[in-house]
Design a protein around this ligand. Structure first.
Ligand code: MG
Length: 220
């Protein structure tokens, strides 16, 4: 089980279910040839997908096309069911950065056939995350920037103000269906610029001036 470290007190919280939102930046929806959604597109990764972002990314053998997707990640507390958007913010414990690793070959076939995304998105290690920063007022705002750098080239960069659904809106939506528990993680979608990881790549994922992690990509 991956344990999340929350700075500055270095509190440890065991990661539980990973709730992910797809197509939450219009430019990324367009690059995937998908419609901009009218409500959040939700999928789940199991807790076994979560790994420490500083650990190497080991490419699994069942895919020839593992993609990176940098995302802002919220760590939440237990949240009452059917919470309002206005009341949801207080249940966010901390923010971090993560990669929604995706076996794009499996994902593309599943989408075409109308099948679930579970294996394409939920495999072991498919959710590397940074250390987290405890939420405080002003820590993040609409100009907060996500940036993914591979081999010293910026591949993805956008500000979170471009998200279609805000984090409280995502939480409110999730609680219609799910009982969110302390330690659940919410991946909030990726901006445009997703692409393939190659063995030997050096990867830096950051919420600029807030949190980051660096790692390398390896073959199994
Ligand atoms: Mg994603």
């Amino acid at each position: 089980m991956a344990v999340i470290t929350v700075e500055p007190e270095n509190e440890h919280i065991t990661a539980r279910t990973v709730y992910c939102v797809g197509r939450n930046y219009a430019d990324h929806a367009r690059e995937m040839g998908a419609e901009v959604p009218s409500e959040p597109v939700v999928f789940i990764k199991p807790a076994t997908a979560v790994i420490n972002g500083e650990a190497p990314i080991v490419l699994p053998t069942f895919s020839n096309d593992i993609h990176y997707e940098i995302e802002l990640v919220a760590l939440v507390d237990e949240v009452p069911k059917n919470i309002s958007i206005e009341a949801a913010d207080r249940y966010i414990i901390a923010y971090g950065v993560g990669l929604d690793l995706t076996a794009r070959d499996i994902h593309s076939v599943a989408k075409k056939k109308g099948l679930p995304w579970a294996t394409a998105k939920g495999f072991d290690g498919a959710a590397p995350v940074s250390r987290f920063k405890k939420k405080e007022s002003g820590l993040i705002n609409t100009t907060t920037t996500l940036r993914l750098t591979i081999n010293n080239q910026v591949r993805q960069q956008d500000c979170i103000g471009n998200m279609i659904f805000s984090i409280p809106a995502i939480i409110a939506h999730l609680t219609k269906y799910f009982s969110l528990r302390r330690g659940d993680l919410i991946f909030t979608g990726t901006p445009e610029g997703v692409g393939q990881l190659q063995p030997g790549d050096s990867v830096k994922a950051e919420i600029v001036n807030i949190v980051s992690f660096s790692t390398r990509v390896q073959k199994l």
